[in-house]
Structures are given as structure tokens and as C-alpha cells.
Design a protein around this ligand. Structure first.
Ligand code: SF4
Ligand code: SF4
Ligand code: SF4
Length: 317
């Protein structure tokens, strides 16, 4: 299928790769739409509703990864469905062992907590890397605007969280204590001289101290993404661990490409294996040293393998 969804010819032998998922009913498919970052213009939404009403069932489904799924589409209507959606620049998503559509929260445009433009990053990654075959397994990317991590980015193969590193100019401080009160991890406490004392370790880079300071004594020293790698959900969930800090927004796609390059190579011959399990097998230092050559200023000095999330808790009947 062409990327522009113009002059469509569906590859019936490779339906899942094209976002067409077989349903229980005879000849019926779910058609998963491509909605990077979950953002949908109102004209596109109207067109989707029109197409769904014409060719689909009585409802659409919103997937957990921010896609709209058209339900009960007969395979004979694939070409016309894709063509009509294409008229509103709405494209079909992808499944299988490929880079999937990135998810993202609203980022910094209207959300007061947002520290980076997650929507811009999601669109860039979608344009550059969507559908890239990994050769091994699915590959998911998510963007969170701040360390609150509403999109649960750390359970993706690569998860990005917006971050700012604070720096204090004591000469502007009036000793009001607001920064210490707002710092939930207690990285700031007030000293005996009524001036804030900062500890690097507990800081989660949320930037709340900068926002709350009435005199601008706290300012931003660095801004970018922290990057966690190796997460996944499913039967054996993993949470990704920290591989890079303050990655500039414009280097996100290059960073993902570098990880993909390593994954493709190291998972060769290992069958259907996710990135996180490949890191566990090879050791995190193998990936860190690969990334260090291209991102020396952002790669952390050491990290730990992705961590198992226990989901089978409680007593069996
Ligand atoms: S992750 Fe941060 S910026 Fe994104 S929605 Fe949550 S609070 Fe807002
Ligand atoms: S960035 Fe957040 S965690 Fe760090 S010192 Fe400021 S308020 Fe505390
Ligand atoms: S909020 Fe600003 S002015 Fe108040 S104690 Fe902190 S640094 Fe000083």
C-alpha cells in the first residue's frame, strides 16, 4: 500500500502489516488508523465518522495506544475505505514486527506541566520511522511531557520524558521557601540561612521549583528528554531503565534509529524477541557503549537491565 493512501491496492497477503486485523465474523476486519500522539483534527474526525457510518459497524473503538479503530469493515471495501480516508489525510496504521505509531500526551502547548513538545516529537518520529521493520518484534515509542509520565512511557521499547535541570541564582532569592514546599521528592530543603539547598540525587527534573519561584531565582540549566529503554507490557511486562538524559528534542529520531540498529543486529538469530529481553541477554552496557559513540553527552555512565513487573500477584484459587 502506498504511504499516501492514494491509488490504493491492499496487499491481502500481508493484511496485519497494513493495520487490517481479522475479526471473528466472516470477511470482517478492524481497520486501525494512524493517529500519532493521539492528535486528531476535527475535519479528519468528521471524515472518519462518515466512513465508519458508511462501511463499518455502529461504533468505532479507541485503542489503548490512541488509535481509532473502524470495526466490522468488509475486506471488499478496503480500497474504498482507505481512499476516502486518504482524502482527509487520514492514513492506516501498522501491526507486526515494525515501529508502531508513537503515542504522546498533550506536551507543552496547553498543559501547564508539559516541559517539551511531545506532539512535535511524535509527528517527527511517525514521519521518519513509522513502519520500519525491526526483523524481530513490535517496537513501541511513547512521549511524556514531564516526569509524571501519564503515557506510561517507561513500559514502551523506548520511552521519552520531558525534563529540565534546575540551577539557582541565590542573589535573586528572597527566602520565601516556596521552592522547597513544592519539591515533592525533597531535592530542595531550606538551609539555616533561609536559602534553598539543592541535592542532585532526589531531583526528578520536573521543573516545579522554576515555575513556583516568584523572583526567577531558579532557572533552567538544561532541557530535553530522559530516555528509558527496554520496557514492554503483555505476558511478561518489563519497565525500561534510564539510558540517556537531557537528549535534545531534535535528536530523538536519530536516537531511536541508533537503538534500532543495535536491536536488529543483536537479536539476529534469537527469534521473536523484544528489545528489553535482548538487553537482558546482552547486558545493558552493550547498548550503552553503542549509544555512547553517537550521544556522548547524553548517555548515562551506567544503568541496570529492564526490570520485571510482577503482575501475577495474589493467591490462586
Ligand atoms: S506527562 Fe506531564 S505533560 Fe504529559 S499529560 Fe502528564 S502531567 Fe501533562
Ligand atoms: S526540578 Fe523538581 S524535583 Fe528537582 S529540585 Fe526542582 S522541584 Fe525538586
Ligand atoms: S522560591 Fe525562589 S525566592 Fe523563594 S526560596 Fe525558593 S529560590 Fe528563593
Amino acid at each position: 500500500m502506498s504511504d499516501s493512501n492514494k491509488s490504493i491496492k491492499i496487499d491481502l497477503g500481508n493484511l496485519k502489516a497494513g493495520g487490517f486485523i481479522k475479526e471473528r465474523g466472516k470477511d470482517l476486519f478492524t481497520v486501525r488508523l494512524r493517529v500519532p500522539g493521539g492528535r486528531m483534527s476535527i475535519p479528519r474526525l468528521k471524515k472518519i465518522a462518515e466512513v465508519a457510518e458508511k462501511y463499518g459497524g455502529e461504533f468505532v473503538h479507541l485503542s489503548v495506544r490512541q488509535s481509532i479503530e473502524l470495526i466490522n469493515i468488509n475486506f471488499k471495501d478496503f480500497d474504498v475505505v482507505v481512499e476516502e480516508l486518504g482524502g482527509a489525510s487520514q492514513r492506516v496504521a501498522s501491526c507486526g514486527a515494525r515501529v508502531r505509531v508513537p503515542t504522546a500526551c498533550g506536551g507543552c502547548e496547553y498543559n501547564p506541566n508539559g516541559l517539551v513538545d511531545t506532539q512535535k516529537s511524535a509527528l517527527q518520529v511517525d514521519e521518519k520511522l513509522f513502519g520500519t521493520p525491526t526483523g524481530h518484534h513490535k517496537f513501541k515509542v511513547a512521549f511524556a511531557g514531564c516526569p509524571f509520565d501519564c503515557p506510561k512511557s517507561a513500559t514502551n521499547d523506548i520511552g521519552f520524558q520531558g525534563a529540565v535541570y534546575p540551577a539557582l541564582d541565590s542573589s535573586n532569592c528572597i527566602g520565601c521557601g516556596l521552592c522547597a514546599k513544592s519539591c515533592v521528592p525533597k531535592a530542595i530543603v531550606m538551609g539555616d540561612d533561609d536559602r534553598p539547598v539543592f541535592a542532585d540525587d532526589p531531583c526528578i527534573w520536573c521543573g516545579d521549583c522554576i515555575k513556583v519561584c516568584p523572583t526567577g531565582a531558579w532557572r533552567e540549566k538544561m532541557r530535553g528528554y530522559t530516555v528509558r529503554i527496554g520496557g514492554k507490557w503483555g505476558r511478561n511486562p518489563l519497565v525500561g531503565t534510564l539510558f540517556a538524559t537531557f537528549l535534545p528534542e531534535e535528536r530523538v529520531a536519530d536516537f531511536i534509529s541508533a537503538v534500532l540498529e543495535w536491536y536488529k543486529q543483536k537479536a539476529e538469530g534469537l527469534g521473536r524477541i523484544r528489545l528489553g529481553d535482548t538487553i537482558i541477554k546482552e547486558g545493558p552496557e552493550a547498548l550503552l557503549s553503542h549509544l555512547r559513540t553517537q550521544f556522548p553527552d547524553n548517555t548515562v555512565t551506567e544503568t541496570i537491565p529492564p526490570q520485571v513487573i510482577a503482575t501475577q500477584v495474589g493467591t490462586r484459587p
